[in-house]
Design a protein around this ligand. Structure first.
Ligand code: AMP
Ligand code: ZN
Length: 312
């Protein structure tokens, strides 16, 4: 059956599809059977490493502790973040097989018959990580020193948002700089961090602007949550144009959590009150895609200022 005309016009000239195809033809990304899931070339990964180093240099100036976190998160931590209440459609859960010989035989029978073998699995003790900073909070239960603490947290995240937009991946890298401690310092960390992020993006030749933002909260209740997050300016994003004629893309987010994590994880400031936290989250894959879109697909031809800001 032929495609209806309106569908075809949506595909022809789609800037998401166009950049997606160019990145794959150039051998920078490798497609998989799943949308938004890619292999990365060495050239691509060199840019990722350079961006990670750039964030790390900033974190060093804050005397932040560096933690590289795994791509999976303890299920108990996930439950305490309340992520499921707000973003059930984005999360992913890890299931495992813990049967015996009999259930194994049934498992294999179902696989070979193309049947529902997943029904024989059960939830494991981990879920896929939705945000790098989530792994940090259970490590901090207890009393913080005066002035709080700063951390740099880097890891792969999963979000179920299949898309042809190469800047919207299902598995992507997030490099965060987090403060945990007092309310005023949390706000200051967030605001300063966003300014630093904008300055770094400008050095990379990416024109970026800070805008108030909201998370994509799920469902009817989510509309109210998104409105109050916007109104209270808890989330700001650095947005940059990647696709001509389309909305700008968020490449960094700067978030005030208040005591959303301090409270459930029993983190206290030096006065014994629930700690406030704030994170500045660099979407390293997104910035990488933005750089290829802006400066071309061969980093050796990028402007000298950009190359020296990135690779020095
Ligand atoms: P968020 O926790 O939604 O504020 O995400 C932090 C940063 O991660 C965003 O500013 C993006 O740069 C990046 N990010 C979020 N979702 C995706 C995605 N699906 N693909 C690639 N990068 C993402
Ligand atoms: Zn975070």
């Amino acid at each position: 059956m032929s495609e209806p005309a309106h569908d075809r016009s949506a595909v022809v000239g789609d800037p998401h599809r166009e950049l997606h195809d160019r990145l794959i033809e150039a051998g920078l990304l490798f497609a998989t059977p799943v949308q938004g899931l890619y292999g990365r070339s060495e050239t691509y990964q060199e840019v990722v490493r350079a961006l990670d180093a750039m964030v790390h240099r900033w974190a060093l100036t804050l005397e932040a502790t560096t933690i590289h976190v795994p791509p999976v998160l303890a299920r108990s931590t996930f439950d305490a973040t309340n992520y499921l209440q707000s973003f059930p459609d984005l999360m992913g859960s890890v299931h495992i097989f813990s049967g015996n010989d009999r259930t194994h035989a049934e498992l294999v029978r179902r696989v070979e018959a193309g049947g529902d073998w997943q029904a024989l699995l059960e939830p494991g003790e981990v879920v896929l990580s939705s945000a790098a900073c989530h792994a940090l909070y259970p490590m901090l239960s207890g009393r913080l020193p005066a002035g709080g603490r700063r951390f740099e947290v880097n890891g792969l995240c999963f979000r179920h948002e299949p898309s042809v937009d190469p800047a919207r991946m299902q598995s992507f890298s997030m490099h965060e700089v987090v403060y945990v401690g007092d309310p005023d310092d949390a706000q200051q960390h967030r605001d300063r961090g966003l300014r630093v992020a904008l300055a770094r993006l400008a050095e990379l030749g990416l024109e970026a602007e800070a805008v108030p933002a909201n998370d994509p909260f799920f469902g009817r209740l989510g509309t109210a949550l998104a409105a109050s997050q916007l109104e209270e300016e808890l989330k700001l994003e650095a947005v940059t144009p990647i696709f001509a004629g389309r909305e700008r893309t968020a490449v960094v987010s700067a978030n005030c959590h208040r005591d959303h994590f301090g409270q459930p994880f029993g983190i206290e400031n030096d006065a014994g009150a629930p700690a406030h936290s704030a994170c500045v989250a660099f979407g390293v894959d997104r910035i990488t895609i933005a750089l290829f879109a802006r400066h071309g697909l061969d980093p050796s031809t990028w402007p000298n200022e950009v190359r020296s800001a990135l690779f020095s």
